[in-house]
Design a protein around this ligand. Structure first.
Ligand SMILES: Cc1cc2nc3c(=O)[nH]c(=O)nc-3n(C[C@H](O)[C@H](O)[C@H](O)COP(=O)(O)OP(=O)(O)OC[C@H]3O[C@@H](n4cnc5c(N)ncnc54)[C@H](O)[C@@H]3O)c2cc1C
Length: 339
C-alpha cells in the first residue's frame, strides 16, 4: 500500500508535538486537521488563561514564554503553536475532515473531506489525535436551539448590559459568569449542585465568584435545573421559577465524537466510550491505529483527568512503538496534572 508510514489526524497541541517527533525520527507522515491548527483552543473566549502552567503545556522542547510569566492566554498559546509549526516547517493540511477509517491487509484507507471534496488516502498507521471536545453536552430542554442560547462563551462584549443566565458550575461556567459581571451584565448562575466544588473551579476563580455572590453582584441559584427556555425568559426547577434572560449560556461540558473509532472497529469502553488501547504503546485494539492526547480519554463524564500535560508521554510511547523500541518510562512530574 502507498502512502506515508503515519497519518496524524488532528493538529491540536499533541498532534503537533507528535508531528515534530516523527520529523525528528525521520518517520514519514502526513497530518490533517478538520479546522485550523489548535482549533479547540481557538474557540476559548478571548484572553482565557490556561490553568496549566506554561512549562507543562509547552511542546516539542520549545519553551513557552508568556508576557507576565503567568499562565498563558488563549492568544499566547495559539501564537506559540503557530511558531512551533513554522519553526519545524510542519505541513498540516487544514480544512480536511476525516470521516471514516478502514483497515486493509497492509494498512489503512482513510476517507477525508476537504477543499477538493471527498478523497481516499492510504497510510500504514493512523494516529487519532482528535481531542475530546467535539460537540456540547446537550441538556435536551425545550428552547435549547433558540438563537440567543449558546453552548460556547465567546467575546464578553456581546453581553454588555444584557441579562445573562449561565448554566453550569465548573470552570467554563464560573469564568463566563465572572467575566459577564465585569462587562456590566446582569448575571444569574444556575447550578444543579448545592455548592461550587473547589475540585472543578480554578483556585483563583473561586474566591472571586464567592465574593461576587456574597456582594450580590450576581445571583447564584444552587440546586436548580433548567426546565425550559423561551425567547424572553427561562423556567427553573424546582418550583418553576421564571428568570428574564436576553442570553443563555449553557456551559455544561462537551462530548467526544467517537464515530471515527467506531468506523475503524476500535472497542469503546464504559460510560466515557473510551477507546481501548495498550497503555504502553497507545495502539488501540485495531493494530496500527493509535490514539494520542485527550482523544484517549473518550468523553470525560465525571471530571477531567486528561490534559495536555498528561499527554506528552503519548508522543514518546507512539514513537517508541513505531520504531519497535521498549515503552518509555513516565516521569512522575507529568503523570498527574499540577492541579
Ligand atoms: C476554556 C478552556 C480552558 C482549558 N484550559 C486547559 C488547560 O489549562 N490545560 C489543559 O491541558 N487543557 C485545557 N483545556 C482543554 C484543552 O483544550 C485540551 O486539553 C487540549 O486542546 C487537548 O489537546 P489535543 O491535542 O489532545 O486535542 P485538541 O486540541 O482538541 O485537538 C484535536 C484536533 O483534532 C481535530 N479533529 C477532530 N476531529 C477531526 C476529524 N474527524 N478529522 C480531522 N481533524 C479532526 C480538531 O479540529 C482539533 O484541531 C481547556 C479547555 C477549555 C475549553
Amino acid at each position: 500500500m502507498n502512502g506515508p508510514e503515519v497519518l496524524i489526524v488532528g493538529a491540536g497541541p499533541i498532534g503537533i508535538e507528535l508531528a515534530v517527533r516523527l520529523r525528528r525520527e525521520r518517520i514519514s507522515y502526513e497530518q490533517v486537521d478538520a479546522g485550523q491548527i489548535g482549533s479547540t483552543i481557538s474557540w476559548y473566549a478571548p484572553q482565557t488563561q490556561f490553568f496549566s502552567s506554561p512549562e507543562r503545556i509547552a511542546i516539542a522542547g520549545v519553551p513557552l514564554q508568556t508576557l507576565d510569566q503567568s499562565k498563558a492566554t488563549r492568544e499566547e498559546y495559539l501564537t506559540y503553536l503557530r511558531s512551533v509549526v513554522l519553526q519545524f516547517d510542519l505541513k498540516v493540511e487544514t480544512g480536511v475532515r476525516v470521516n471514516a477509517i478502514t483497515r486493509g491487509d497492509d494498512g489503512f484507507v482513510v476517507t477525508a473531506f476537504g477543499r477538493d471534496g471527498e478523497r481516499k488516502r492510504t497510510a500504514q498507521n493512523v494516529v487519532l489525535a482528535i481531542g475530546d471536545m467535539h460537540r456540547p453536552h446537550l441538556l435536551g430542554v425545550p428552547g435549547e436551539d433558540l438563537p440567543h442560547v449558546s453552548h460556547f462563551f465567546g467575546d464578553p462584549h456581546a453581553y454588555f448590559r444584557r441579562q445573562v443566565l449561565v448554566v453550569g458550575g465548573r470552570n467554563s461556567a464560573v469564568e463566563a459568569a465572572i467575566r459577564c459581571v465585569r462587562v456590566a451584565a446582569i448575571v444569574t448562575l444556575s447550578y444543579r449542585a448545592a455548592e461550587l466544588d473547589p475540585k472543578h473551579v480554578k483556585p483563583w476563580l473561586l474566591p472571586e465568584i464567592n465574593a461576587m455572590i456574597r456582594d450580590s453582584r450576581m445571583t447564584f441559584l444552587p440546586g436548580t435545573t433548567l426546565r425550559e427556555i423561551t425567547p424572553a425568559h427561562v423556567v427553573l426547577d424546582p418550583g418553576g421559577r421564571r428568570i428574564d434572560a436576553d442570553s443563555v449560556l449553557l456551559l455544561t461540558g462537551y462530548e467526544q465524537d467517537s464515530s471515527l473509532f467506531e468506523s475503524a472497529g476500535v472497542t469503546l469502553v464504559g460510560p466515557q466510550r473510551r477507546p481501548r488501547f495498550n497503555e504502553a504503546t497507545m495502539e488501540t485494539d485495531v493494530p496500527g491505529l493509535y490514539v494520542a492526547g485527550t482523544a484517549a480519554a473518550g468523553t470525560q463524564v465525571s471530571g477531567t483527568t486528561a490534559f495536555i500535560e498528561t499527554s506528552h508521554i503519548h508522543v514518546d510511547r507512539i514513537a517508541a512503538a513505531l520504531k519497535g523500541e521498549p515503552a518509555p518510562v513516565e516521569t512522575q512530574a507529568y503523570a498527574v496534572p499540577e492541579q
